[in-house]
Design a protein around this ligand. Structure first.
Ligand SMILES: NC(=O)C1=CN([C@@H]2O[C@H](COP(=O)(O)OP(=O)(O)OC[C@H]3O[C@@H](n4cnc5c(N)ncnc54)[C@H](O)[C@@H]3O)[C@@H](O)[C@H]2O)[C@@H](O)CC1
Ligand SMILES: [K+]
Length: 457
């Protein structure tokens, strides 16, 4: 079992292509199914200490994995039963079914067991599940002590993470060969429980990955405040939001933070307040301009955004500034940080999964797009993307986005490229939230950034 951090994410078509290559290179479909099923059985055995296992098998190869797993459990002396919703429809699954010597119960009549393995549907599910499947599945998962899904939980849409059926979450999902969008995109990610990857010998690679902890560089003896990064945060109508961004930048590792424009009284002394002016932005030492938190949407705000863009400094564009942004693609290194509402306003016509839409938006804007949410997607114009799936839900509180813009600004000013800066910032922000515990406010969050950063050195 492998942790999924940093692993490639493949959609169903990419997964099938990788599987076909492995088969073409000489490993047959049945051999792959044997590896998958035996590894599932091994994990189940380790986790269940001899308790009875009920394996639910569907008609396709996901069901085939289930037949193999149940047979392997029996061979190992483990009590295992099978319940199926249909007969196998693929050659490999039929062979696996034929090798199972025990009875096959009807899914609708199967009695609950303490351990349930869901091998009904995998990446082949392509339409809503009927009640004759959903209801027993709900009943059996609901009555199990431990539920484990093979590849993906039955009822989720592999490629976009939507749900074809309201079925309870499982405790553990064993992803086969690669992570799929359904493991990291909501709402299906929340149905997967813990996710572990099983390596079944299919080579996978791709430009979309699960987020992983960054390896940050501590300052060296030669560094000074400017080389560590000067962040200019542009303030506006609601100076508190800009103050949060400035604090996020300072505690997120910047060497120097300037707040341009009106400031609140309660600002750390280390954050330098300056009048907003084109000259202040033109300082060549400014490594990143953060604009948007609390900026307002009036003429003055628009003028500040225009001047900030004209300064040709690397930019983090958030909040109100996203509302003022036109269609023109960025000409300087730029990171846009929209939440769902802002994304819909800017890129509402795009189709596909959240990952596909984020990549298309990045291409159109010629900028890195941080499409925020419980499943934040960081996408680059060249098609790379990182999905951050496990930020604490406590982050859904006012002002945390302002802090994020500041943290990303600090990474950018510190010399990271736009994609890395955005990915690092999102990771540090989520890690700070984890450390902050429940019910924090955005001001508290910033206070946990140094420890989050320290964990990445
Ligand atoms: N990716 C890989 O390299 C490997 C994948 N394997 C397994 O193969 C799976 C994919 O197998 P399949 O392509 O056969 O697909 P599935 O086993 O996911 O399901 C396809 C079957 O379900 C039916 N079906 C789809 N939606 C339905 C619905 N709503 N109600 C009723 N029936 C429905 C289809 O008609 C088809 O018969 C993976 O998820 C994985 O478990 C493994 O066997 C080994 C290797
Ligand atoms: K499944």
């Amino acid at each position: 079992m492998i942790r999924i951090d940093g692993q490639p994410i493949l959609d169903a078509a990419q997964m099938r292509a990788a599987e076909a290559q492995t088969i073409a290179a000489g490993t047959g479909a049945e051999a792959l199914m044997a590896r998958a099923g035996e590894q599932v059985a091994e994990q189940v055995r380790r986790l269940t200490a001899g308790a009875e296992v009920l394996v639910l098998c569907g008609p396709g190869n996901n069901g085939g994995d289930g037949y193999v797993a149940a047979a392997a459990l029996r061979r190992a002396g483990h009590a295992a039963r099978i319940a199926a919703c249909a007969s196998p429809t693929t050659a490999a699954a039929s062979a696996a079914r034929a090798a199972w010597m025990g009875p096959v119960e009807e899914l609708g009549n199967a009695a609950p067991a303490p351990i349930v393995v869901d091998a009904l549907f995998g990446i082949g599910l392509n339409r809503p599940l009927g009640a004759e499947i959903c209801e027993p599945l709900r009943h059996l998962i609901g009555n199990a002590r431990l539920s484990i899904a093979v590849d993906v939980p039955s009822g989720v849409s592999t490629d976009d993470g939507s749900s074809f059926a309201e079925v309870p979450a499982v405790d553990l999902t064993l992803a086969l060969a690669a992570v799929k969008p359904a493991h990291v995109l909501q709402p299906s990610a929340a149905r997967c429980g813990d996710i572990r990857l099983l390596d079944i010998g299919v080579e996978v690679s791709g430009p979309v990955r699960v987020a992983s902890a960054p390896q940050l560089r501590p300052p060296s003896a030669r560094d000074h405040k400017y080389s560590r990064g000067l962040v200019a945060v542009v303030a506006g109508r609601m100076p508190g939001a800009a103050a949060l961004a400035a604090t996020g930048a300072g505690r997120g590792g910047a060497g120097y933070v300037r707040l341009l424009g009106s400031a609140t009284d309660r600002l750390p002394h280390a954050i330098v307040r300056q009048r907003f002016s084109a000259e202040a932005l033109a300082d060549e030492r400014v490594g990143a301009v953060v604009i948007g938190p609390g900026l307002g949407r009036d003429d003055k705000a628009r003028e500040r955004l225009d001047l900030a863009r004209a300064s040709e400094r690397p930019m983090v564009i958030d909040g109100d500034a996203l509302h003022l942004l036109g269609e023109a693609p960025a000409r300087v290194p730029t990171i846009l940080t929209p939440h769902a509402g802002e994304f819909a306003r800017l890129f509402g016509d795009l189709n596909g999964s959240k990952i596909e839409r984020a990549i298309a938006a990045a291409r159109r804007a010629n900028a890195v797009v941080v499409f925020k949410g419980a499943d934040t997607v960081i996408a680059a114009p060249d098609g790379r993307a990182i999905v951050h799936a496990h930020a604490p839900a406590w982050l859904a509180t006012a002002g945390t986005g302002d802090v994020l813009a500041g943290v990303i600004g600090a990474q950018l000013a510190g010399g990271a490229d736009v994609f890395t800066a955005a990915a690092n910032g999102v990771w540090l922000h989520a890690e700070a939230a984890r450390r902050a515990g429940p019910a924090f406010i955005a001001d508290d969050l910033a206070a946990h950034l140094p420890a989050a950063l320290g964990a990445c050195l």
